[in-house]
Design a protein around this ligand. Structure first.
Ligand SMILES: *Cc1c(COP(=O)(O)O)cnc(C)c1O
Length: 229
């Protein structure tokens, strides 16, 4: 089932790339395995998936540890409290949710020197949801420039989790704001390559709008019935 779902998602992404006149390899699929156990990750891996996204640090670390024998890349896509930065720096390959300098500094200091730099994205809030994390677009450049100087980190791009839009056109309009932030940072010389946006329901609009990494959970693993660990 997971293998079939994965192939269906890959086909959706490929179709969206064709429609957007983008190369088929322009978009990386991140499989969001939160709330699912290591067996589900293993099943996806057997079907060729190697990049996995997790929201809940504690739950993720158990999975990462259990699956250490597999060549997987783990992406932290959930909020990070200061007291969790060490375990994140020690276990993940990517962090998409850097939204303040203090978190980036801690990740930088705590990244073990024997590991590759932690690949990071700045989380941007383009639709102003008051309770949502992410920096305002006009604050993204200052944060990105500071993060780019930190040892142990490599700044790769921007990430966003907009509110679900009512239709394709509206979704594209919101995603375009994220892409505009990405373009503005690159115009300042940051050489970024990653726009992390799009989920199960809106990956086509995200690809149309320039996403380079879609984060897909439900369409691969099914509905989440369990609460977060
Ligand atoms: C859960 C989650 C996803 C995946 O969402 P689906 O709708 O299940 O595809 C993507 N990104 C983030 C940040 C998430 O928390």
């Amino acid at each position: 089932m997971i293998a079939q779902n994965l192939h269906a998602v890959q086909a959706r992404i490929a179709d969206a790339c064709v429609k957007a006149q983008r190369p088929l390899d322009a978009v990386t699929l991140l499989a969001v395995s939160k709330t699912f156990g290591p067996e589900a990750v293993q099943e996806a891996y057997a079907a060729g998936q190697t990049q996995f996204g997790e929201n809940y640090i504690q739950e993720a670390v158990q999975k990462i540890t259990a699956l250490r024998h597999l060549p997987l890349q783990w992406h932290c896509i959930g909020p990070i409290q200061s007291n969790k930065t060490r375990v994140v720096a020690e276990h993940f390959d990517w962090v998409h949710t850097v939204d303040r300098l203090k978190i980036a500094q801690r990740l930088s200091e705590q990244r073990p020197s024997h590991l590759l730099p932690l690949q990071v994205c700045i989380q941007v809030n383009v639709d102003g949801g008051a309770t949502k994390s992410g920096v305002a677009p006009q604050e993204a450049l200052a944060l990105a420039q500071q993060v780019a100087t930190l040892p142990g980190l490599r700044l790769r791009g921007v990430m966003s989790i907009p509110e679900p839009a009512t239709d394709f056109i509206a979704a594209c309009a919101v995603f375009a704001r994220v892409k505009a932030v990405f373009n503005a940072l690159n115009a300042q010389g940051l050489a970024l390559d990653t726009v992390s946006m799009g989920m199960s329901a809106d990956m086509e609009a995200a690809v149309q709008s320039g996403s380079t990494m879609v984060r897909v959970g439900t369409a691969i693993f099914g509905g989440r019935t369990k609460p977060a660990a």
